[in-house]
Design a binder for this molecule. Sequence first.
Ligand code: ASP
Length: 595
Amino acid sequence: MSERRYLGTIGAEAVGAELELVGWVHHRRDHGGLTFLDLRDHTGLLQVVFNPTAAPEAHRAAQRCRLEYVVRVQGRLGRRPAGSENRQLATGEVELAATGVTILSAAEPAPFAIGDERPVDEGVRLQYRYLDLRRPRMQRNLRARHRFVQGLRRSADAMGFIEIETPTLVPSTPEGARDFVVPSRLRPGFVWALPQSPQLYKQLCMVGGLDRYFQIARCWRDEDLRADRQFEFTQLDVEMAFVEETDVFAALERLIGDAWAEAFAIPLGAPWPRLTWQAAMERYGSDKPDTRFGNELMTVTEALAGTEVRLFRSALAAGGAIRALRVPGGAQLPRAELEGAWQQVARDAGAAGVVLLPRLADGWQGPIARAMGADELARLAERTATEAGDLLCLVAADERVAGAALGALRLHAARRLGWIPPGRLDFLWITDFPMFERGADGGLQPLHHPFTQVHPDDWPRLESDPLSARSRAYDIVCNGVEIGSGSLRITRPEQQAAIFRVLGLAEDEVEAKFGFLLGAFRHGAPPHGGFAAGIDRLVMLGLGEPSIREVIAFPKTQTGQDPLTGAPTRVTPGQLRDVGLRLAEPPTGPGPATR
Ligand code: ASP
């Protein structure tokens, strides 16, 4: 076949041409003795007309064409009769007068309409993903994603980065999530892990003199799925030698900015604002603040220092704080909603509850306000600038808990009351993260990962007061979504050993797990740092989609299944034997063995 003509590109300049075209049958109608097929490809639609007198055989064949049949048509392009043009359509001035049509593939009736954007149950969309991919939304999204990734590659290349593939069967690396493991056939009882990220390999590239690495890297983490989280996801993974934070920041701003311009035709501008982790927690109660709107949190501990209200007093006595969020105009919200949904938001964020104080023209409302002194209320009003018509939310608790609850309420209020300016993108850097936090088991764990450098001022107290030590880790956040993380890395074996000591790893365990890395650092390791940015999340934001599933060709459902293939599936006894495994429990529920 000669070069393929895409349907949406055929205009009046081609009138008179003999064309051979392919596409899906989008619409068929019989009218005035003629049969019309609208043919579709990803560029658009073209009307094809079949005349029973001029081309009887083609006309008969066209009668057999149903929706979503794949056909090839021949004919001559003509102008549509005056008055029958379709101004909505790019090709609406022309039509193909068919002389022949071949059915290349028949199609069963589709479970949903392909041609429109009407919502379809997501389970059905994913089960018939190949049909869903034909629809305008997924065509637009995946093509934008392609342009985004090409933009990243072009930009990285222009900056002297080289693309390196790292393995996907790796030893388990500690990125803080659960690994997907792959049993080894040749060493029964041993496992590979799928990489949570290429972290250690990219650091080894630096030791290997590949001083600007990048990869469009697939990563796997066995975590519960959410709107912005899948088992497998794609990162723009970057590592650079001989750099400081600012070099990494500039590189990422340019990479993402270039790709954004290419995919979404929007200049992002740079440099992006920077906020320390401490400031983010104080002002927004979150390390991924949505900075598209203000309404920052406040601390009112001092204003309420002498309070008689028991709830406040006991929190203060326990060393806690009283934090506040002012919701302008919030006094009008129904009491039932405040005591229902708003309380629930605070509880879901870990607080026992939130004190909700509406202020009306005739004063503060509610039992807690009545229990407070007039002076106290006046100080509170002054400190928080609360006016008649506003709602004041107070949480008295451990400072972090209070911040988290009010941070969650701030987002809830923003959605409920329309604080978020449409179309706005707020990229920013969060810096100076703490090096460690307490995990669910009470032990210390790195906030980023254990290969992250400690803030130079904080090395001396690393072992005596590890929770107060800051790291040289940084995140990119956009519109309240964490886009990615990075850090400057440790390259001195004794510093790396100190981190492992704080984490309570025994020396032989360190040697067994990370001996290769410490060994590499003893062979001339340049100072280095890097970053990984989530491509799925970036494209989701660029397209204004609510979930990364909308920008991934074949995602899993929120419950971690693939309705298209039925995976995960059972394995046969033979497959288990091959890798030396026996099941403790037979699997329950449907699912055929794979072989
Ligand atoms: N490996 C890290 C991650 O996936 C990113 C980095 O530190 O470069 O979050």
